[in-house]
Design a protein around this ligand. Structure first.
Ligand SMILES: [Zn+2]
Length: 424
């Protein structure tokens, strides 16, 4: 299936920065500028929690008249609301102080992480407050595009059951999938959740859901969540390596997710580490993931005739701890290949920090002194200290939280654009 040219609902934030804004006439440029200012004001209010118009003008270096105009538009659109603040004792006279905050109870955004056996659905109010958290089982780990979209729509409906306003109060659904994904086009080149390649999810999602839907590589969502809520707050250049069934990478450069031109970048798990080596779930050979992903470790253990056939990484670790040399060798090989891969990442990106993340994986064998030594030997500049490398394990629900955070950004951008197009 050829990839469509039009982008649909993808990466609205990119346009806000002007980086990919197509050439437009003067009227169009004015609309874009107005939407961009609205988005800046909305984000300022969101980041502050509550902000007065004076605070916003000072923070964004806008005139009071501009702030008044922009905030009245955002209020009319239902995106923000006024809240009375207690005046300080020495300022009881005069007009009561009024602050602005992101409107509550009107728009909701769903974040979804599709895993192999289940799907985590998180619904946030537009101000970021968590409203619903639901784990929905999946009938199969790999489905057709139609089947996956139907399962997502069903999961969203179930999660919305107790929501005032039901599914119609959703302003957006943000979906995290493993694989090579062009977020802009909502086009999946390949995913371990799909039985088919080159799936155009855009028309399927438009038919199945009553609101805009966004699709993103799940490692990017973890990187986003680490940036907003986790171990990477305040950092601008960092990497998140996700290790589970497969191995993913989220790259944040200058504070932004790096996606590559076609959404096919950051495939750390499919970088080649052994010439014509072990076969990978992507169909190629010698990929890092084919030595580190949980499926690969269990396969290695099976091929190496580990005494008790393990069915989970925990079993393999227990066998190694119990003196099974083959189990230990399997884990050691995985750690050494992983360390080699991390040193390559450091040579390429020179990040401030690398976060190893995964919900259902044990990192014991990937975070040892031997692995750190391997990384040190592989990094070109051995005189400088290695970047900070740390493990941050969290559940699927945190991946869904990252998805919802991206969804709120995308919905915000869409809403201000709609206002501009409506002439508001
Ligand atoms: Zn591969």
């Amino acid at each position: 299936m050829p990839k469509p040219k039009s982008s649909g609902y993808g990466n609205e934030m990119k346009q806000e920065s002007g980086a990919t804004t197509p050439r437009r006439g003067k009227a169009g440029a004015a609309l874009d500028a107005r939407a961009a200012t609205r988005l800046r004001v909305l984000n300022c209010i969101r980041n502050t929690g509550e902000a007065s118009r004076t605070d916003i003008a000072a923070a964004l270096r806008l005139s009071p008249a501009t702030v008044t105009f922009v905030t009245s538009g955002l209020m009319a659109g239902g995106l923000i609301e006024e809240v009375a603040q207690d005046p300080p004792d020495n300022a009881r006279r005069g007009r009561p102080r009024v602050a602005l905050r992101v409107a509550r109870g009107r728009f909701h955004v769903a974040g979804i992480k599709v895993a192999r056996q289940s799907m985590s659905v998180l619904i946030l109010d537009f101000d970021g407050t968590q409203v619903v958290e639901k784990e929905v089982p999946l009938a199969e780990a790999r489905m057709s595009a139609e089947g996956l979209v139907a399962a997502i729509a069903d999961g969203v409906k179930v999660a919305c059951t107790g929501l005032p306003g039901g599914i119609d109060s959703l302003a957006g659904v943000s979906i995290g999938l493993a694989g090579q994904i062009d977020a802009d086009a909502r086009f999946v080149h390949w995913s371990s959740s799909l039985t088919e390649r080159n799936a155009d999810l855009a028309p399927l999602l438009s038919r199945a859901l009553p609101c805009p839907a966004f699709v993103e590589n799940d490692a990017n969502l973890v990187a986003k969540a680490e940036h907003l809520f986790g171990e990477a707050r305040g950092l601008t250049n960092f990497l998140v390596v996700t290790v589970e069934y497969g191995v993913g990478l989220g790259i944040i450069l200058d504070g932004q997710i790096f996606r590559g031109e076609r959404g096919c970048g950051a495939e750390f798990g499919h970088t080649k580490v052994v010439l014509d080596g072990a076969s990978c779930q992507c169909g190629q050979r010698g990929c890092l993931e084919a030595y580190v992903g949980s499926y690969a470790l269990l396969r290695e253990a099976h091929d190496a005739h580990v005494v008790t056939t393990p069915t989970a990484i925990d079993d393999l670790m227990t066998a190694a701890a119990g003196g099974d040399a083959r189990a230990q060798e399997t884990l050691d090989q995985s750690g050494q290949i992983f360390g080699m891969g991390l040193s390559n990442l450091i040579n390429l990106f020179d990040p401030e920090r690398i976060i190893l993340a995964g919900a259902n994986y044990r990192f014991d064998h990937l975070y040892t002194e031997e692995v750190m030594a391997r990384i040190g030997r592989g990094v070109v500049n051995v005189d400088a200290p290695l970047p900070d490398i740390r493990v941050h394990q969290w559940g699927n629900i945190m991946w869904a939280k990252g998805a919802a955070a991206v969804g709120i950004e995308q919905v915000s951008a869409l809403k201000v654009k709609e206002m501009a197009n409506a002439g508001a």
